[in-house]
Design a protein around this ligand. Structure first.
Ligand code: IMP
Length: 456
C-alpha cells in the first residue's frame, strides 16, 4: 500500500526538565489525532489533566485516552510496571473511560519487576553514589537490564515457564547483589511470579505489536501524535548527565520507541513553561531562591505530581531552549503557565552565558562546567494583569505578547499555542502556524473560541 498524503505524525517533547505541562497540551491536541502513543519512560512521568473539573494523573497511559475517540498506545520504548498499569486501568474504568479497543500495549515493551525498584532504592542511598534524586520507580535498573539484554518483555509475561524461570534466575543474582552491597532483604520469586501472572491476565487483551499497528494506521491515512515524557534536558544522551532519566526523551526516541521510521514524522512541537522548573538533583543555571522562588512555586503549584517533591524554580533559559530546539529539530513551541508570571513587575530572561569575561556559546558536557556558567539576563516589563484563562492572543496584555514575541524571535521559531490555565479550554492559539497545519486545521481550533475568562 502506498503512502496516503493525509497521514500526519507529530512528536510533542518537553523542552526543559519535564513537568512543562505536556499532559494538558497533549490532552488539548488529542482531538486532532486518531492515535496518541507514548514512546519512552515509564510511571516516573506524571501527566496531570483536568477536564470538567475532574483531575486525572496519568503515568503510563497516554493522556489522549481522555479525549473522545483517540486510541492510545504504549510503545516498545516504554518500561512498564504491570502493577502501575493495572492500577491506572482500574482508575480510568472507574471514571467511565473506555479502554477496550482504545488502549494498545506493545508486546516488545520492557517489564519493570520489584527487584528493579529494590535495587534503585538501595543503590541511591549507598555511600559514594551520586544522588540523582530519582522517582524510585525502578526505571533506571529496568533500562539497564534492557540494554544488558537480560530484560523481560511484555510478550514474555504470557509464557508461564519462561516467566517463572526468568524471575527465579534474575532474583538469584539481584538478591545476592542487593544483600551483599546494600544489606537489602531478599525478595521471594514465588510470590512475584503469582502476582505477575495475575497482571498478565488483566492486560493480555490489550497487548499487541503496536509498531505494526501504528504503521497500518499511518498507511491508512490516520494521524498520530507521539507523546514524550520527561524533557530534553533529562535525555540519557543529551541531558545534564548523570542527572537525567534513563531513556531518549528527545524526538529521535519517538521513532525508536514506537517503531515508526523518521520519514513518517511531519513535525516536532516543544513544550516549555514561561519560566523553568526542575525536580531532583543536577545543574540548573537560572535557579532562584528565596521570596521570588516561593512566589513562583506557590503560584505555579510546583510540587511533583508523582512524588509530591517541591520543584526547583528559575527564570526561562534561552540558551538551553535553543539547545532543545536544535536537538529535537523543533519548529513550533507551546508556552504553558504564562499566568504564573502575572504579578511580576519585571521578568528576567536568560539570553546567554558567560564564564568570567568570555561568552559561552555551547552547552557544556559536564556538570562541573555547567555549574560554572553565569547566566546573562535581559529584563522585560511584566504586565501585572491577569492572563488566567485568556483564550485569544489579542486579549493578552501588550507586555505579555512582547514577552512571548521576544522568546520566539530569540529562539527563531514560532510560538503556536499559549496555555493560560489548567483546564482544557484555557489556551490561546496563534493563527496560521505550522502547529495548526500539523493538526490539520487552518482556522483557529475550537478551544480558542470557547471562552474568554474575565480578566483582573
Ligand atoms: P528516574 O526517571 O526516576 O530515573 O529519575 C531521574 C531524574 O529524572 C530525576 O531527577 C527525576 O526527578 C527526573 N524525572 C523523572 N521523571 C520525571 C518527570 O516526569 N518530570 C520531571 N522530572 C522527572
Amino acid at each position: 500500500m502506498s503512502r496516503n498524503l493525509a497521514s500526519r505524525c507529530v512528536i510533542v517533547v518537553g523542552a526543559q526538565w519535564g513537568d512543562e505541562g505536556k499532559g494538558k497540551v497533549v490532552d488539548l491536541l488529542a482531538s486532532h489525532f486518531d492515535w496518541i502513543a507514548r514512546y519512552q519512560g515509564g510511571h516516573n512521568a506524571g501527566h496531570t489533566v483536568i477536564t470538567g473539573g475532574r483531575k486525572h494523573i496519568l503515568q503510563l497511559i497516554p493522556c489522549g485516552i481522555l479525549s473522545g475517540s483517540a486510541r492510545a498506545v504504549i510503545g516498545n520504548g516504554v518500561v512498564i510496571d504491570p502493577a502501575a498499569l493495572v492500577q491506572e486501568m482500574d482508575a480510568l474504568e472507574a471514571a467511565n473511560v473506555q479502554l477496550e479497543g482504545r488502549l494498545f500495549v506493545s508486546n516488545r515493551a520492557q517489564v519493570i519487576l520489584p527487584y528493579h525498584r529494590m535495587l534503585e532504592l538501595a543503590a541511591e542511598n549507598a555511600p559514594g553514589r551520586i544522588k540523582i534524586g530519582t522517582t524510585s520507580r525502578g526505571i533506571g535498573p529496568s533500562y539497564e537490564d534492557k540494554m544488558g539484554r537480560r530484560g523481560l518483555r511484555i510478550a514474555d509475561l504470557f509464557d508461564a515457564d519462561l516467566l517463572r524461570t526468568h524471575i527465579e534466575n534474575a532474583l538469584r543474582e539481584k538478591n545476592a547483589i542487593a544483600g551483599a552491597l546494600y544489606q537489602a532483604q531478599p525478595l521471594d520469586a514465588g510470590s512475584i511470579y503469582e502476582r505477575y501472572v495475575d497482571y498478565s491476565r488483566r492486560i493480555r487483551s490489550y497487548v499487541t505489536d503496536t509498531a505494526a499497528l501504528l504503521d497500518q494506521a499511518w498507511r491508512a491515512g490516520d494521524s498520530i501524535l507521539l507523546e514524550g515524557a520527561q524533557g530534553t534536558l533529562l535525555d540519557i544522551d543529551h541531558g545534564t548527565y548523570p542527572f537525567v532519566t534513563s531513556s531518549s526523551t528527545t524526538a529521535g526516541g519517538g521513532c525508536t520507541g514506537t517503531g515508526l521510521g523518521p520519514t513518517r514524522v511531519s513535525g516536532v512541537v516543544g513544550v516549555s513553561k514561561a519560566y523553568a522548573t526542575r525536580v531532583g538533583g543536577g545543574p540548573f543555571p537560572t535557579e532562584l531562591e528565596g521570596e521570588i522562588a516561593e512566589h513562583l512555586r506557590e503560584r505555579g503549584n510546583e510540587f511533583g505530581s508523582v512524588t509530591g517533591r517541591p520543584r526547583r524554580v528559575g527564570w526561562i533559559d534561552l540558551p538551553l531552549l535553543r539547545y532543545a530546539v536544535r536537538l529535537n529539530g523543533m519548529e513550533s513551541l507551546i508556552i504553558t503557565k504564562l499566568d504564573v508570571l502575572d504579578q511580576l513587575a519585571e521578568i528576567p530572561v536568560c539570553v546567554g552565558y558567560r564564564r568570567g569575561q568570555s561568552a559561552v556559546e555551547e552547552i557544556p558536557a559536564t556538570v562541573a562546567e555547567m555549574e560554572k556558567l553565569e547566566p546573562v539576563y535581559e529584563s522585560l516589563p511584566g504586565w501585572q494583569t491577569s492572563t488566567a484563562g485568556v483564550t485569544q492572543w489579542a486579549e493578552l496584555p501588550r507586555a505579555a505578547r512582547a514577552y512571548l514575541d521576544f522568546l520566539a524571535s530569540r529562539l527563531e521559531l514560532e510560538i503556536g499555542l499559549i496555555s493560560t490555565g489548567p483546564e482544557r479550554n484555557e489556551a490561546a492559539w496563534l493563527p496560521h502556524t505550522k502547529l495548526q497545519a500539523w493538526l490539520g486545521v487552518t482556522a483557529p481550533a475550537k478551544a480558542s473560541v470557547e471562552r474568554v475568562k474575565a480578566k483582573g
